[in-house]
Design a protein around this ligand. Structure first.
Ligand code: PLP
Length: 234
């Protein structure tokens, strides 16, 4: 079938192990989210057969369709911008929402979580580089946003996420990963009730090794596993 996905996965996992070794971390301390957005279900099945259980999607409808089509032991990660009116479709299907960036969105998640009697784990997305084009809360507001969300029932803040700028040289993003880590440490020191800062979701195909050396616990890799995405439909 598709040996390319198997080979890519082996290479990515090896890179993760090497990056962990270099920075004196346990290989198990970093989890790989296979970003399967735009990919056909067959590609996900191939990754599943190779041992992947964490998949990342950025659109609600696509996540729900793949959730229905794939085995039930998969941990689904919502990594894209989430509209409040679509929260209800995924609260009982996702393992972790990486992209919470406002109190209003968190309130909606809380409301739907209570209806379905679940607790939803979330990360707060921080726009550390302050890019106009990106979602995420500004770095200065991250701590107070975490404090606000922590007051809501049915939702548990597990950490922070960032999408670093697109750069040619991954080293250019090191300061942003370090900055997210610093905000994370600041939040830990505040000892906020109902917040357990454990996860740092940072690093994509171009820069996950740098992110690991700055403390990433989740790396989100799409292209590096599945190849270039085709957005056009023909
Ligand atoms: C698409 C996407 C990724 C994966 O990007 P690649 O460069 O293909 O690895 C990671 N995180 C988010 C939030 C994404 O939207």
């Amino acid at each position: 079938m598709n040996d390319r996905i198997r080979e890519n996965l082996t290479a990515v996992k090896q890179n993760i192990t090497n990056a962990c070794k270099k920075s004196g971390r346990e290989a198990e301390s970093v989890r790989l989210v296979a970003v399967s957005k735009t990919r056909p279900v067959e590609d996900l099945q191939e990754a599943y057969v190779c041992g992947c259980r964490d998949f990342g999607e950025n659109k609600v409808q696509e996540l729900v369709e793949k959730y229905e089509a794939m085995p039930k032991d998969i941990r689904w990660h919502m990594i894209g911008h989430l509209q409040r009116n679509k929260v209800k479709y995924i609260v009982d299907k996702v393992y972790l929402i990486h992209s919470v960036d406002s109190v209003r969105l968190a309130e909606e998640i809380s409301k739907e979580a209570l209806k379905k009697d679940v607790t939803v784990s979330v990360l707060v997305e921080v726009n550390v580089a302050g890019e106009e084009s990106k979602f995420g809360t500004m770095a200065e507001e991250a701590v107070s946003l975490v404090e606000e969300i922590a007051k809501l029932p049915g939702i548990c803040v597990k950490g922070l996420m960032t999408i670093a700028p697109y750069v040619e040289n991954a080293e250019e993003n090191r300061l942003y990963f370090a900055k997210l880590k610093q905000i994370y440490v600041d939040i830990i020191h505040k000892n906020i009730d109902n917040v357990c800062m454990e996860e740092l979701s940072m690093g994509m195909t171009g820069d996950y090794e740098v992110a690991i050396s700055e403390g990433a616990t989740y790396v989100r890799v799409g292209t590096g596993i599945f190849g270039e995405r085709q957005y056009s439909t023909v």
